[in-house]
Ligand binder design. Structure first.
Ligand code: 5GP
Ligand code: MG
Length: 182
């Protein structure tokens, strides 16, 4: 696997992200911070401990890859969501690829859940043509349009635990799929 961002770079990036968010909201502004599971798991744990404002913390489940490496149909499960009505919400996801996930979740938080404001933060922003007008408000890294794993991002639920971010090449994708079938 080709390492794209090592532990130190990720750490610095999350620091910068937290600083930007802190500066935007200020350290006394209560924030409802929502993790888009499962990919943001590792980022989220690191990020919320670096933010200085009082926080309410919750999760929402969204999955679009369903075992492939190309964005597919989006499934959202908000059963675990906390109440966001009248709150300032920060949605945290691992990566902005087509943009459909955060676009859909943002609409849902506004229209169905009555949030008063919504911003989005991502670790990674893929340089490719996005499918929506929405752009993330806070971004730690711009990356090329390649399939990446590690630091929370998976392929077939593998590799989330890697402390670095790596590109999973086509032969490695095939090998992982074959391994999982056994
Ligand atoms: P979008 O809805 O923006 O197309 O995709 C967002 C979701 O797709 C992310 O939350 C992430 O779970 C998944 N995704 C997009 N690109 C990648 C990638 O390069 N690697 C992995 N592991 N997941 C990705
Ligand atoms: Mg995701």
């Amino acid at each position: 696997m080709r390492v794209l961002l090592d532990e130190t770079e990720l750490n610095d990036g999350v620091h910068r992200l937290a600083d930007e968010i802190d500066q935007f909201y200020g350290s006394r502004h209560p924030l409802t911070v929502i993790a888009v599971m499962t990919g943001s798991l590792v980022l989220f744990a690191d990020l919320i401990r670096r933010l200085s404002m009082p926080q309410r913390v919750g999760v929402v489940q969204a999955s679009s890859y369903r075992g492939g490496t190309v964005s597919g149909e989006l499934h959202v499960d908000s059963q675990m969501m906390i109440d966001v009505a009248g709150k300032d919400v920060l949605l945290v996801d691992d990566i902005f690829d087509t943009g459909r996930t955060l676009d859909r979740l943002k609409t849902m938080m506004f229209e169905e859940c009555g949030a008063s404001s919504i911003k989005t933060a991502v670790l990674l922003h893929k340089q490719r043509a996005h499918c929506v007008e929405l752009r993330p408000d806070f971004v730690a890294f711009e990356i090329p349009d390649e399939f990446v794993v590690g630091y929370g991002l998976d392929y077939l639920d593998m590799y989330r635990n890697l402390p670095y971010l790596a590109v999973l090449e086509p032969d490695e994708i095939a090998a992982t799929a074959a391994e999982q079938q056994r």
